[in-house]
Design a protein around this ligand. Structure first.
Ligand code: PAF
Length: 285
């Protein structure tokens, strides 16, 4: 696997892959790779002839009080993992290569960026949309693979691709979970032993709320119960637990269409997010 760090080398290497024929898939990441990322790469390998992965800890998607400086960085290990699974190219620029002196352009995606993490982390999705559009322009892949774990991010990227007529297929991969249900995340590295044990309350509370809604419990009631369970397990009161339309992310007061239950909550200093599909029961609707 080749590792490139400047845009000219990237363009040259991608051109060589393209000359080879076949489809190119991009898997954008911020590194600290785990089995969740490797599932994205595996899906990319199934669907394309050449896989390009990127590692860039994007400063523009971190708020002033967030974990940019402590975000786990371990490029050598990441590169080894990508090489082993047949990734053709690792694009690993530094911040000045991505945002040279005088950089001034911002990409904002309205609607789907509002609320949820968009409200809890102002500017976050502008940072994500900006870097993802740059990565798309740099690599010009045929398809790009993202995880459903960051469900609002996926919706933002899908909307940007549709609105800007980008000729890139967006492929979503279901959230990968540990045996106790906790969604795999680079931020799980921050959890102490006791926090890690308590963190499984998040998928459990969401699963129970989703089940209750499917059996006819009003969403507000099921969501309140989930919030209480999280606090009992040791989480801070949740930033949000919300039922949204699965496609548009419009807030839902009742489970009358395919929906997504999304949550963010902090345990100790670590902020975890998760989400689950909630399908209405046709016999209850
Ligand atoms: O999901 C991530 O790791 C990041 O938000 C992404 C898509 C690589 C953009 O920096």
């Amino acid at each position: 696997m080749q590792i490139v760090r400047d845009i000219d080398s990237l363009r040259e290497t991608v051109a060589a892959l393209r000359a080879d024929g076949g489809r190119i898939a991009l898997v954008p990441t911020m590194g600290a790779l785990h089995a969740g990322h490797m599932a994205l790469v595996a899906e990319a390998r199934r669907r394309a002839d050449h896989v390009v992965a990127s590692i860039f800890v994007n400063p523009r998607q971190f708020g002033a009080n967030e974990d940019l400086s402590t975000y786990p960085r371990r490029e050598a290990t990441d590169a080894g993992m990508l090489d082993e699974v047949g990734c053709a190219l690792l694009w690993a620029p530094d911040a000045p290569a991505m945002y040279p002196e005088g950089y001034a352009t911002n990409v904002g995606v309205g609607g789907v960026s509002d609320g949820l993490d968009g409200a809890a982390r102002p500017g976050h999705f502008d940072g994500v949309a900006t870097i993802v559009l740059k990565l798309f322009n740099q690599v010009q892949p045929d398809l790009a693979v993202f995880g459903e774990k960051d469900y609002q991010q996926l919706a933002v990227i899908r909307r940007m691709v549709r609105d800007l007529d980008l000729p890139i297929e967006i492929v979503a991969v279901p959230t990968q979970r540990d045996a106790d249900g906790l969604a795999l995340s680079s931020r799980n590295f921050y959890l102490g032993e006791e926090e890690r044990r308590a963190a499984r309350a998040l998928p459990r509370a969401l699963g129970e709320a989703a089940g209750a809604m499917q059996r006819g419990t009003p969403p507000a009631e099921a969501i309140a119960a989930a919030g209480d369970k999280l606090v009992k397990a040791g989480f801070e009161p949740a930033d949000y637990i919300e039922l949204r339309d699965a496609a548009t992310l419009v807030p839902l007061a009742s489970l009358d269409r395919p929906a997504r239950l999304l949550a963010a909550a902090r345990i100790g200093t670590t902020r975890l997010i998760d989400n689950l599909a909630v399908e209405p029961d046709p016999q209850i609707m």
